[in-house]
Ligand binder design. Sequence first.
Ligand SMILES: NC(=O)c1ccc[n+]([C@@H]2O[C@H](COP(=O)([O-])OP(=O)(O)OC[C@H]3O[C@@H](n4cnc5c(N)ncnc54)[C@H](O)[C@@H]3O)[C@@H](O)[C@H]2O)c1
Length: 255
Amino acid sequence: MDVDLSKKVALVTGAGRGNGRAIATTLAANGAKVVVNDIERGPAEETVTAITENGGSAHTIAADITDEAAVEAMVEETEQKYGNVDILVNNAGVSGAAPMIAEPDDELWSNHLETHLWGSIYCIKHVLSGMTEQEYGKIINITSIHTKNGVGFTPQYDVAKFGLLGLTKNLALELGQFGIRVNAVAPGHAKTRMTADLSPTQRERITDQNPLGRFAEPEEIAEAAAFLAAPASDYINGHELRVDGGQAPIVSFQE
Ligand SMILES: NC(=O)c1ccc[n+]([C@@H]2O[C@H](COP(=O)([O-])OP(=O)(O)OC[C@H]3O[C@@H](n4cnc5c(N)ncnc54)[C@H](O)[C@@H]3O)[C@@H](O)[C@H]2O)c1
């Protein structure tokens, strides 16, 4: 299987920790030059240090992906440093969704829609000219187990992730003719900051409904992203790859 990424340039958003850090380090371990983006500089620099200590090539760009001017500047800096982006992983994400029935909270809705959706749209928009010019690109959107069936009581997160899945399916149809594949990885519950605050009841519900009976290691999510980034998956387009241990849909996060 061809997973050689040695001539490839990857941009991974939200790569200062969790799934993004694992994706960045895995792509780098397979030879890619990786731009490590995060809104927080310190964690992004720690990811870059981990990559370079392992003999890889990486560069930090601290930028808020919800700010289009910052995304445009990030892509320009990437192109100047390494050349056109071959692999874009839209991974940056936020949690903290709240039930609709509680307090309507516009700020919460905006945070989810801007980070998961608009952030991904800006990144795709600004890498596209480089990808179309070279007639090659891999765009990987990190969706979620929530796109299996929705999970009650987290509407902001689910609407944003279903939107990202829609973007994946739609752009796969439009961009395939330019050699650009657009796919998604849908992680199950992984051991990251995002799941650190789940209550014991929620954890039990998740592991009880998972045939493997455990959360994922971020590296297990990263291997799937690396496959979709690699030449081995060049004929896969518009696909959402579930990496969730075969977990049954969770109906609700209500305690
Ligand atoms: N952990 C899970 O169980 C799980 C399950 C399904 C999907 N996911 C998805 O995986 C992705 C990564 O999640 P994680 O669990 O590693 O979370 P995490 O909280 O550990 O990491 C998310 C990273 O994104 C960064 N980020 C947030 N907003 C940003 C912005 N505007 N610009 C740039 N960076 C920003 C954060 O600083 C952080 O470093 C997310 O899209 C998440 O929805 C996670």
